[in-house]
Design a protein around this ligand. Structure first.
Ligand code: ZN
Length: 148
């Protein structure tokens, strides 16, 4: 394992063990559930919006290390972002974990730790779950986001 891989793994494990913004939210403007049947990951995402900006974001649920870390990092990265910025990050992250883009990692910040996931198709669904759920929440779709 390279030094960079080891560092990335450390960041993922840290977020999996001590997820940030992991709590339910009173008075959330948006809420969506995500479920990945392949792995059993299940999260609820909560959002507070101020005009076109994500004022607050949190999640609650259970999942594997990858999905939990992804949800944790997502909440860290999206707090304070505009909806357009959130959409752009979703696109970049989707490309990253599906191995479609080798560049663009500079725009990803901490999300770059998930670059190794593209080599494990089953894990891609774990990594992307919180992001699909976020998109559903922003679309005000109250159904359950599924990776299937
Ligand atoms: Zn999983």
């Amino acid at each position: 394992m390279s030094e960079l891989d080891a560092l990335y793994q450390e960041v993922i494990l840290d977020h999996a063990k001590r997820p940030r913004n992991c709590h339910t939210m009173e008075g959330a403007d948006r809420r969506a559930e995500g479920y990945n049947p392949l792995c059993g990951d299940r999260f609820t995402l909560y959002l507070k919006l101020e005009n076109d900006r994500i004022a607050d974001i949190s999640f609650q649920g259970t999942g594997c290390a990858i999905s939990t870390a992804s949800a944790s990092i997502l909440t860290e990265m999206l707090k304070g972002k505009t909806l357009a910025e959130a959409d752009k990050l979703f696109d970049n992250f989707h490309k990253l974990v599906t191995g479609k883009s080798a560049d663009g990692t500079e725009a990803l910040g901490k999300l770059a730790v998930f670059c190794g996931v593209s080599e494990f198709p089953v894990r891609v669904k774990c990594a992307i779950l919180a992001w699909h759920t976020m998109r559903n929440a922003l679309a005000d779709d109250r159904g359950v986001a599924s990776t299937e």
